[in-house]
Design a protein around this ligand. Structure first.
Ligand SMILES: *Cc1c(COP(=O)(O)O)cnc(C)c1O
Length: 315
């Protein structure tokens, strides 16, 4: 028996059954349990099966659903949940460690932020990068770094010469310049893969000058599938790599950030730190609106004093 529930949609109270019949295809025989109807929706060709404009429209396949269902339910710290998946992905990528991220945007932002210490920090990247156009300016607000954008001279991909021309090498005694700390390479970008041989040259240059290389490899699987190199070869020419699990792979969400153990430990810490920063921002807004707190905010937990604000909890 379906329990009777009132569902709030745009302030209107509606009967659960009415909402349910919109969500599920009720033309199917009434004997088909609702959950089976939901699962069978995964087996229909999705709109993306005939939409070739972008890989962002990919939806999860039944095999992906199966993987989701059979994934462990533990949290990220132990057992067979996220920790196991991270371990598996790091192994696949040939790196020491990995950390699951909700999205590639998060993977890039955390990956970049983790590399930077006290300012001044300079980042060099292709002017056409995802971080420049699609990540809501997160690079500026989260990293506080100066970004130097470069158009590749060959019209295809950045080369070591492009980077040499625009990078600022720290002399250790620079009062006015902003040394390049990170080389951010999106690979592939616009369907063009930076060849491994070029990546190797850039990585050697970076190592020589104390810079780090981060790859936004949201679509790196495509370069591997196109036989430009193995995943491990690509990860070996960077200090950290972000790999997208949605897009072509069709997971509902997610990304994995891989690198060495120290970097990943620091990245987890950056994640927590950002949570605390966000909490701080929220508290500032709340206080500015005249709100009060039950106890002071110290970490990512906020206790709003709703009584003092005369706000009902349901409100
Ligand atoms: C899609 C994409 C991202 C962001 O991925 P989300 O998971 O949607 O945040 C980052 N970098 C590149 C190159 C992408 O194509």
């Amino acid at each position: 028996m379906t329990p009777h529930l009132d569902v709030q949609i745009s302030g209107q109270s509606r009967d659960f059954k009415a909402v349910e019949s919109e969500v599920f295809d009720l033309d199917q025989p009434a004997s088909t349990p609702r959950w089976q109807q939901a699962v069978s929706a995964w087996q229909q060709p999705s709109p993306s099966s005939s939409d070739f404009r972008r890989d962002v429209t990919t939806t999860a396949t039944p095999r992906m659903l199966q993987a989701v269902i059979s994934a462990g339910l533990n949290d990220g710290w132990s057992g067979n949940g996220a920790a196991k998946f991270e371990e598996y992905m790091a192994q696949l990528a040939g790196t020491e460690a990995g950390v699951f991220m909700i999205s590639s945007t998060m993977g890039n932002q955390v990956g970049i932020r983790t590399r930077l210490n006290r300012p001044p920090n300079g980042i060099i990247c292709d002017a056409r990068s995802h971080i420049m156009h699609m990540e809501t300016g997160g690079l500026a607000s989260m990293s506080g770094a100066l970004h130097v954008t470069v158009y590749p001279r060959n019209g295809l991909y950045l080369t070591l010469e492009d980077i040499e021309r625009h990078a600022t090498i720290s002399t250790g005694n620079d009062a006015c310049t902003c040394p390049t700390r990170l080389i951010h390479l999106e690979n592939p970008l616009g369907g063009i893969t930076i060849p491994l041989i070029e990546m190797r040259r850039i990585k050697e240059y970076a190592d020589h000058h104390g810079m780090k290389v981060h790859i936004d490899g949201a679509r790196l699987w495509e370069s591997v599938a196109a036989k430009h190199g193995s995943l491990q070869e690509f990860t070996s020419v960077a200090h950290s790599v972000n790999l997208c699990l949605s897009k072509g792979l069709g997971a509902p969400v997610g990304s994995i950030l891989v690198g060495n153990t120290d970097f990943i430990r620091h990245a987890r810490w950056s994640l927590l730190f950002r949570g605390h920063e966000l909490a701080r921002e929220l508290v500032d807004h709340w206080l500015a609106l005249g709100g009060g707190l039950v106890v002071p905010q110290q970490g990512n937990v906020i206790w709003l004093n709703l009584d003092a604000a005369k706000v009902d909890e349901d409100e």
